[in-house]
Design a protein around this ligand. Structure first.
Ligand SMILES: O=C(CO)COP(=O)(O)O
Length: 290
């Protein structure tokens, strides 16, 4: 019962949150119920224009821990309305094989079977604590796409002493990562790229807007992304790393970033909802904060 992302001729905006390993199962259940009932449905059920506008402009996703995944899918499916935006559910990782002797691992085909729409791969924390590389991320991205889900591929330049380095170096490193992580991924399938500079994850503040814009521009113009677009494989690009309300308007530029991938600053339902509304509102060609 794979829950697919609704097809879109244009790059709809994206806003999602990963709960990483911060939440208990009870808190995840409560977060989803309270976000959908107390914010999304509460505001859209009495305002059909808002429901239609969000549904046409934005895709919302929640990435809980593995054990909460099936109940998260069930919760979001049960609460789904026909005219409002969908809340998609994703996984934080998977194996690159569909089945076999891989004790403790999670199969991408089982993730698709239980209604998962997205699989996040190559996150900086997986690279740092579990030794994941671009080559492993590419194999996982192939497996996710093969199983009809969207690979959410995380990339970002390294520490540079815990602070931003030269933007040109960041552009080069990130484009090289994108090329490696997309190796062998079906070029007709959609992928999402989360640009998350390592030094901006878990920090007090996100990366500066000029830095993010420049790196996103380089990814957008890269040969691999252009080639995929030519073959029909949409590439949506998100920014992540201490993102929260108030950020998207600063980052947005024409043909730039498509959305935000949130962590701590959306672990409160109201902040998540606030960010979604802001992302949907920002003018298509420019950020409001120019
Ligand atoms: O890693 C992130 C999303 O994948 C971002 O996490 P924080 O927003 O908590 O820094």
């Amino acid at each position: 019962m794979s829950s697919s992302v609704p097809p879109s001729p244009h790059r709809r905006r994206l806003v999602g949150v990963s709960t990483k390993m911060y939440f208990s199962h009870a808190r995840t259940t409560q977060f989803i119920a309270s976000f959908i009932d107390g914010h999304l449905q509460h505001h859209t059920s009495t305002n059909p224009n808002l429901a239609a506008s969000l549904a046409s402009k934005i895709d919302i996703f929640i990435i809980p821990d593995f054990l909460s995944l099936t109940s998260a899918v069930e919760q979001s499916t049960r609460r789904q309305t026909t005219d409002g935006p969908k809340v998609l559910v994703g996984a934080q990782d998977c194996h690159w094989e569909d089945s076999g002797p891989f004790t403790g691992e999670v199969s991408p085909s089982v993730l698709a079977e239980v209604g998962c729409s997205i699989v996040e791969i190559g996150h900086a924390e997986r690279r740092r604590f579990f030794g994941e590389t671009d080559a492993i991320t590419a194999k996982k991205a192939q497996a996710v796409a093969r199983n009809g889900m969207i690979p959410l591929i995380c990339v970002g330049e390294g520490e540079a002493g815990g602070s931003p380095g030269q933007v040109e170096e960041a552009q080069e490193e990130v484009v090289r990562q994108v090329e490696s992580c997309l190796e062998g991924v079906d070029e007709m399938k959609e992928v999402w790229i989360a640009y998350e500079p390592v030094w901006a994850i878990g920090a007090k503040e996100p990366a500066g807007k000029e830095h993010v814009r420049a790196v996103v521009r380089a990814v957008r113009k890269s040969e691999v992304v252009r080639r995929r677009e030519g073959k029909g494989g949409m590439t949506r690009i998100l920014y992540g790393g201490s993102a929260g309300p108030g950020l998207f308007a600063q980052l947005k530029e024409e043909d730039g970033v498509d959305g935000l991938f949130l962590g701590r600053f959306a672990h409160e339902e109201g902040q998540f909802w606030k960010t979604i509304c802001e992302v949907a509102e920002v003018d298509d060609s420019k950020g409001r904060a120019e």
